[in-house]
Design a protein around this ligand. Structure first.
Ligand code: CO
Length: 505
């Protein structure tokens, strides 16, 4: 036992060292997307490539593998579900995957995706798919190489999905997605034919950017985002980066003619940040218990604050009078009910990140289908715009006018994040499950929101979800917290309920 403890100590020390190195990558990645001058792209790609190679080398060292072997089967990890057992199990899972990747591929992947992101920004600005195509081809090729090196059962996509949602497979998620899609189609039809239609123009008025910033920051602080251990900056493509203990950064973008984007974007990223801030990184940095359970769980946190909280009537009971004082011209004479209807209005649109709750998942399902075909080799990069546009018209009833409103809109493919998109829908599904449970456990939750009291909610999330890190895999965590398996039903019920109230169907 004593010997095992020593080995476990060596493992945690080594993993902490690797995490420190990886956090340097995170700082550089944050800087790249916020303040780096465009001409610094090549240098940044080389810096990140070098660091990725170093992290890979350290993580796949023989001694680390030996320690894991020694610990497996020892008394220390005998009891399933302890933090130690989880740390050894998850580190093994990552070790085995990482060890199958050649170092050259890791470095090349990082360099190419760093450069491709910069190329994508310009291509998207100009809606020029042709300019981006050679980069996309490179990234697709490298991603397929990665999947082959990892190895997989079924289809190559499974190897990549597991990077973001450990243990998940296409078979497991696609059945739930299909059921969700069927119900969404019915819901959207009801909304379209509903007798009452909210006035969408309310959110599409001039909203002074400086005032949006003030309001957004005060909302972030109210829900528990700590500006002592976090930052909020401006980017074109909002994200949250949990750099390490005491340093979690979020970004947003301001639209002077729409209040939704920055406001709900901030709440979304703050939800991610609360998760990062709630994990015990001080003691577990570098170990799975010091990291998030999965991206699906991560997204459940962001979507819950953005939607179940941020787009609720109770939230605005508290914040609407403030908003009216701040945005005097645009909101004077607008009732709370009309404002609430407007921020929740459903309307098929091109851009995923600006989509309402009801159409959002259709955006994901479209990408999920295309990605699987791309990774299988059934869909060539050059054919993506055509395939995207025809499916988009079928799902949304809209003709895509330009690729920046279509297949060029998201950063993911330039960054090599194939396999990432389904975690957004998983997050939405989990958020409904978790929120139902929170309401059961805290019966006056809505009243608390109406008073501007969010701490009870944050504490509940900390206790039930955040503090565990990756101790439990997503499906098990869900089962432990809610007693239920992942299903499309809670999300569908939540949406039907909410939209019935707004649209009167
Ligand atoms: Co998110």
């Amino acid at each position: 036992m004593a010997e095992n403890n020593k080995t476990y100590e060596k493992l945690t020390k080594k993993c902490r060292e690797i995490a420190l190195l990886a956090s340097c990558e995170a700082v550089l990645g944050w800087d790249e997307r916020t303040y780096m001058p465009r001409a610094g792209a090549q240098l940044r790609a080389d810096q990140l490539g070098l660091l990725a190679g170093m992290v890979h080398e350290k993580f796949t060292s023989t001694e680390l593998g030996d320690w894991l072997s020694e610990l497996e089967g020892s008394d220390l990890v005998k009891e399933n579900g302890t933090p130690e057992a989880a740390n050894v199990r998850e580190t093994r899972h990552r070790y085995d995957k990482e060890a199958r990747l050649p170092k050259d591929l890791v470095e090349e992947f990082t360099r190419v995706t760093t450069l491709a992101q910069g190329e994508w920004v310009t291509a998207r600005q100009n809606s020029d798919f042709k300019a981006f195509l050679p980069w996309l081809e490179k990234v697709v090729d490298l991603s397929r190489q990665k999947a082959e090196a990892y190895g997989y059962e079924g289809e190559p996509y499974n190897a990549l999905l597991d990077d973001y949602e450990p243990g998940a497979t296409v078979d497991m998620v696609s059945e739930t997605f299909k059921l969700l899609r069927n119900d969404l189609v019915i819901l959207l039809k009801k909304i379209k034919e509903a007798p009452r239609q909210p006035d969408r123009s309310i959110v599409e008025r001039p909203y002074n950017v400086d005032l949006q910033k003030v309001f957004g920051e005060s909302v972030a602080a109210a829900i528990g985002f700590s500006f002592d251990s976090g930052r909020l900056d401006v980017t074109t493509h909002p994200f949250c980066s949990g750099i390490g203990p005491g340093d979690t950064r979020i970004t947003t973008r301001y639209n002077p003619n729409r209040i939704n984007d920055a406001l709900f974007g901030i709440m979304h990223e703050a939800g991610h940040a609360l998760y990062e801030m709630g994990i015990d990184k001080k003691n577990n940095f570098g170990m799975p218990t010091g990291e998030s359970a999965s991206l699906g769980i991560h997204e459940s946190q962001s979507r819950m604050w953005e939607n179940q909280v941020g787009r609720s009537k109770e939230f605005w009971n508290y914040f609407y009078p403030q908003a009216q004082r701040i945005f005097k011209t645009s909101l004077s004479g607008v009732s709370l009910d009309d404002f609430y209807g407007s921020i929740n209005a459903v309307q098929p649109s091109y851009i995923r990140v600006e989509a309402d709750e009801a159409t959002y998942n259709l955006h994901i399902l479209l990408r999920f289908e295309l990605e699987r075909a791309i990774m299988k080799g059934d869909l060539k990069p050059t054919d993506i715009p055509g395939e995207w546009n025809s499916r988009f018209e079928k799902y949304f009833g809209l003709k895509v006018d330009k690729d920046s409103n279509g297949c060029l809109q998201d950063v993911h493919w330039s960054s090599g994040l194939f396999g990432y998109f389904p975690t957004y829908t998983l997050g939405n599904l989990y958020s409904a499950l978790f929120f139902n449970q929170a309401k059961k456990d805290i019966p006056d939750l809505g009243d608390r929101f109406s008073r501007g009291e969010f701490k009870t909610m944050v504490d509940w999330l900390r206790e039930n979800i955040h503090k565990h890190g990756a101790r439990y895999r997503a499906n098990l965590l869900c089962k432990r917290v809610t007693g239920e398996e992942l299903s499309h039903q809670p999300l569908v019920d939540y949406m039907n309920d909410k939209y019935a109230g707004i649209y009167g169907f």
